[in-house]
Write a protein that binds this ligand. Structure first.
Ligand SMILES: O=C[C@H](O)[C@H](O)[C@H](O)COP(=O)(O)O
Length: 258
């Protein structure tokens, strides 16, 4: 399977396969959005079919909902469940503290709502999203369309005193029109280069009238699974050290076979 994929897609696939191994019968599962999450939805649907898992799925976008339904998964809205066992989603960047930038696909508002309702959030990625400092990926900020220019000016004012290297902002466009999110809003991308104080910036952006949600995910992600093109995967937890299960697997692989 993986030999037909590009290295990045093969890594995403490996991470997706590893993540769905954690799903058990009867779980309520949050389904992320994006190309990595799409691999996970396909893998989850296959697991559910082959292993007879009864799952309830809460999607984070209309795109994901359509894919999940087409593959036979049971899809419900966030308000139809009391809690979510685990959400599996992609990310645009993650750092050593498992802080994330999300929203490259303009889905971060629903993604954050679903992650916040989940007992656990697993992020699946290829190695390219692993960064020392967040910020090379432009930070998506979802804003109300009404008065968006004033909101952008307030965002720029906040960035003036923020610990960042760049301060350019731009309304996200596609085919000459503003991108509209699933919740009917616009997205402003902030080109920051480096975010020195993600917590401080997250709090300041959340305070701006007109900002609905920004793409900084702090304190939400519990585990990152990084898939490699050769099919291996590694797991990062909050303490930045590899999970013991992975260390044992790595050591076992070094032992001579009988
Ligand atoms: O809005 C989109 C989401 O936050 C995605 O999870 C993120 O952009 C990563 O997408 P991909 O897996 O396609 O790189």
């Amino acid at each position: 399977m993986t030999e037909t994929l590009s290295p990045a897609e093969a890594g995403k696939f490996a991470a997706a396969m590893a993540s769905v191994a954690e799903i058990e019968d009867g779980m309520t599962v949050g389904l992320g959005t994006g190309s990595t999450a799409a691999w996970m939805v396909r893998a989850l649907a296959r697991r559910a079919r082959e292993d007879g898992l009864r799952l309830t799925c809460v999607p984070t976008s209309d795109r994901t909902a359509g894919l999940a339904r087409a593959l036979g998964l049971t899809v419900v809205g966030l308000d139809e469940v009391d809690r979510i066992d685990v959400t599996i989603d992609g990310a645009d960047e993650f750092d050593g503290h498992l802080r994330l930038i999300k929203g490259g696909g303009a889905a971060h508002l629903r993604e954050k709502l679903v992650a916040a309702a989940s007992d656990r959030m697993i992020v699946i990625t290829d190695p390219s999203k692993d960064v020392e400092t967040l910020g090379a990926f432009p930070l998506p900020i979802e804003v109300i369309p009404m008065g968006w220019k004033g909101t952008e000016a307030r965002i720029r004012a906040v960035l003036e005193t923020a610990e960042v290297d760049g301060r350019d902002t731009a309304l996200r466009m596609a085919e000459g029109k503003p991108v509209i999110t699933d919740e009917g809003n616009y997205v402003i991308d902030a080109h920051l280069g480096r975010i020195g104080d993600p917590e401080g910036l997250a709090a300041a952006l959340a305070d701006i009238p007109g900002v609905v949600e920004h793409g900084l995910f702090i304190g939400l992600c519990d585990t990152v699974i990084i898939g490699h093109p050769d099919g291996r995967h590694e797991t990062r937890m909050h303490d930045q050290t590899p999970a013991w299960g992975d260390v044992i697997m790595e050591l076992a692989a070094l032992l001579p076979t009988a």
